[in-house]
Structures are given as C-alpha cells and as structure tokens.
Design a protein around this ligand. Structure first.
Ligand SMILES: Cc1cc2nc3c(=O)[nH]c(=O)nc-3n(C[C@H](O)[C@H](O)[C@H](O)COP(=O)(O)OP(=O)(O)OC[C@H]3O[C@@H](n4cnc5c(N)ncnc54)[C@H](O)[C@@H]3O)c2cc1C
Length: 425
C-alpha cells in the first residue's frame, strides 16, 4: 500500500504517491473512487473542472434546483444509484414523465400522435428483425416516409444524433436492456452525485496532460506530477479522441475506439413563467411534427414555474454555434406557434447549456457510429493491469447514462484492485 497521500487544495501544486489516480470526477470517477477507498486504497481524483459531477450538474434557477445534465434515473428498477439515493434519504419522484403526451393535442391531433408512435414502434421492429446491412439506423426507414422527420427528431433527443449517424447494433444493445421506468430526483441528480463524491480526495481545477504507464503510472497535470501504482481514466470519448491526454506507450486502439463513439449533442434551455397557471404542471409539447429540428418542451417540471426545453442533434449544434440569444429566439418562436404571442410574453430566459463547447467534456452522450458497436468493448478492455478506462462510453448496455458511467467506474475499480498486490478482493 502506498506511503503518502497528497493533500490537494484549490490552488497549490499536486504531487505525491498513491495507489490509484483517477482522471475525471464525474459519475464514473466518483464510483471508482468510493469503491477503491472501501477496499483500503489511497486514491486521488484529478478533475479539470472546479466542481465534481462532470455531466451531472445541478444549478439553482429561481432558487430551485435544475439539472443542466442528467436528470432521469433510467431503468430505475435496476439502477444501482436508486438504492444509494434511498440510503441518503433523498426524495424520488416515481411518476411517469409527460414525454409522449401533447398538451391538449396542440398542433398534433391524437390520430397523428398514434400514427407517429406506431411508426416509432415499427422502426424498432425493423431494426430488430430486418436490420439494414449497413448497420445504419437511417437505412431502416425511407427518406420520404412521412414520419421520417419525427423519427429523426426523437433520435436526436434520445441519442444526440439523427438516425443516419446511429449504429443499429449499438442502439439495440441499449434499448433491449432498458425499461420504461424513469424516475427523478427533485433536489437534483448532479447534487446527489456530488454528495456521493464528498469526502473523496479530489484535486479540482487540475488538468491531466499525460500518463506514462508500465509497472506503475506517472500522471502529469498542469499543477504537478502524481505517481501511482495504477490509474483509471474516465474522461469522455470526445476528450480521449481529441488527444487531450498523451499516453506513453501510446494506446492507439483505445483512442481509435473512442473516436468511433462520438458524443452527440443535447442541450437544455430554461425559461421562467410569470403566469405559470397558463399551462398545467408536468405537461409536454413537441414543437413541430414535420421537421427533425424541433424542440421538446417539458412544461412546469415538478409543478415549478419553468419550461425545460430540449434541443438535440443537428439543431442543437447549429443553435449552440449561433449563441444564446439565437437559441432563446428559436424556442420562443416555437412556443409562440404552439401557445400564442401572449403566452410567450410571460416568459423570461433563464439559462442555456452548451455541452458541446464545454472544453473538458465536448458533448452530451456517446453513440456508436454505424458498423462500430464493438468499439465499446475495445475501450472497456484494460490495456494493462495498471491502467484502464471507465465512463459511460465503456458501458455495453447502459452507455449514455449516469448509472452506466457509475457501473463502469465500479467495474474498473474492481479490475484495478484485483491486479494490485496487497489489495483486499
Ligand atoms: C443534457 C444532458 C442530459 C442527460 N440526461 C441524462 C439522464 O436523464 N439520465 C442519465 O442517466 N444520463 C443522462 N445524461 C448522460 C449522463 O450525464 C452522462 O452519461 C454521465 O454523467 C457521464 O459520466 P462520466 O463519468 O462517464 O463522464 P463525465 O461526467 O464527462 O466525467 C468526466 C470528467 O472528466 C473531466 N476531464 C476531462 N478531461 C480531463 C483532463 N484532461 N484532466 C482531468 N479531468 C478531465 C471532465 O471535466 C469531467 O468532469 C445526460 C447528459 C446531458 C449532457
């Protein structure tokens, strides 16, 4: 076991010898840290941002907690984070989300809603029973199918990209394992994960630049050098593929795999309602039926006086590049068409996320490119007994989620612990 534990602080240099250096303090890094500390290892989480959580990030808007990133405990009945939230005494909202309902059938008659969701179910059947040889989900539905824009739009919310960029095999690996039980944490998913990480040794504002690995590892950061017996790297696939961290010896197979698992983009837009009773709590509107580039509007989540809008895929990229004002304009215009000019006058812009521009994350969640579903297994395979990767992109069935990231962190910690002499099994 190692001899000294570095004492990170907000500004000073980091240095020292530890058992395991963990790069990134999102869900995967926090899970790995907790597991290794439980096994008696000394760890240090090295995190480029000034906060814990990564893509799990709760902020206060109107003095209420809202999640910029993950908000839903998907597949809740088997989600390992549910038991931890219950153990913390956190309130869980188990009600069904309003996603598939269109408030008052506005601009989306009930007959069309049924037809649209039938087209979605038919696409699922085709992907399962007659998948296109290209493995490209977009090849399973005709380009002139009247529901194609709707299906691309749903894909952009779920996967961060439209169907043409999606591997069928990868999509089914997730979809076959997922359930319809999606719960929420009214006090915030990011706040919850942050609490799970509280007490772990963490160096915030610390960017890892290179990792030399052999019998042990040497981790260079912009605030000093850490020597460790092993390391777990949890940065996003886009950060890995961009080459932010230099590995020596090089890990080309892993970095190429990361490049085949790019992050799609989903952003959220929050608006305050000065006349909240104008719309019912926990209701929903889809912006447009006939174009993929449209918003999905969750009205008054938990009854709060707020609209939480979702923008996905190409539209999210376009609006992120166009800026905050253009994003609010787009959302206001879609809501004006749905709910009228008077309603829109009662809205005040609160916040817009820009996950693609977040320099140490670079997107929202991963998908496999067509033909590259196997890349997840390549990335998750430890290159040595002293170094391995974790994070949502490493999960075979729960990629793109916080609980998938969490489980990958636990798995990586178990792998590393098993390969370090002297660590309890
Ligand atoms: C808008 C949005 C909505 C989402 N909704 C849901 C949802 O409802 N349910 C759900 O389960 N999931 C959801 N997700 C996905 C979920 O948030 C992620 O899958 C999960 O949080 C990823 O965790 P991670 O540990 O793999 O990666 P991250 O959270 O990205 O953690 C990696 C960390 O590494 C740090 N880092 C990067 N480079 C370096 C470096 N060089 N040195 C040091 N540190 C570095 C980063 O700053 C980051 O904090 C959503 C995501 C977004 C963006």
């Amino acid at each position: 076991m190692s001899v000294s534990t570095p004492k990170p602080d907000a500004t000073g240099p980091v240095s020292g010898d530890i058992d395991v250096a963990i790069v990134g303090a999102g869900a995967a890094g926090i899970a790995a840290g907790r597991r290794l500390v439980d096994r008696g290892c000394s760890v240090l989480l090295l995190e480029a941002l000034p906060r814990l959580g990564g893509r799990a990030h709760t902020v206060q808007l109107l003095d209420l907690p809202f999640d910029y990133g993950c908000g839903w405990l998907h597949s809740a009945e088997r989600n390992p984070l549910v038991a931890l939230a219950e153990a913390q005494g956190r309130t869980l909202d188990r009600s069904e989300g309003a996603w598939r309902r269109q408030l008052h059938d506005i601009d989306f008659p009930e007959r069309d809603q049924r037809a649209a969701w039938t087209a979605y179910a038919r696409l699922g059947e085709r992907l399962r029973h007659a998948p296109p040889p290209s493995d490209r989900a977009g090849d399973a539905v005709a380009r002139n199918d009247p529901w194609r824009p709707f299906l691309d739009g749903i894909s952009s919310f779920m996967n961060g990209v439209e169907l043409d960029q999606l591997s069928v095999r990868d999509f089914l690996a997730y979809d076959d394992a997922a359930s319809e039980n999606n719960w929420r944490l009214p006090a915030g998913y990011g706040a919850f994960l942050g609490d799970l990480g509280a007490g772990l040794p963490v160096a915030l504002d610390t960017r890892v630049t290179s990792i030399a690995h052999g019998d042990g590892v040497t981790v260079e950061t912009d605030r000093g050098t850490i020597r460790a017996r092993a390391a777990i790297v949890t940065v996003s696939s886009n950060v890995l593929a961009r080459g932010d961290i230099r590995f020596s010896p090089p890990l080309d197979d892993h970095l190429h795999a990361a490049a085949r698992l790019p992050l799609g983009l989903d952003n959220k837009v929050f608006l305050a309602l000065s006349e909240p009773d104008a719309v019912p709590p926990e209701s929903h509107l889809l912006g447009q039926l006939d174009r993929a580039g449209t918003g999905s509007y969750y009205l008054r989540p938990f009854g709060r006086p707020v609209i939480e809008a979702f923008l996905g895929g190409a539209l999210a990229r376009e609006l992120e590049a166009a800026g905050e004002a253009a994003t609010f304009d787009f959302v206001r215009e879609e809501l004006r068409e749905l709910l009228g000019a008077r309603f829109v006058q009662s809205l005040t812009p609160l916040a817009v996320t820009r996950w693609g521009a977040e320099p140490t994350i670079l997107g929202s969640y991963s998908h496999a490119e067509p033909g590259h579903a196997d890349a997840r297994a390549v990335l998750a395979r430890p290159p040595s007994g002293r170094l391995c990767f974790a994070g949502e992109a490493c999960s075979a069935h729960d990629y793109s989620t916080a609980h998938g990231a969490w489980q990958s962190g636990l798995d990586a910690a178990d792998w590393i612990a098993a390969s370090l002499p002297g660590v309890a099994p």
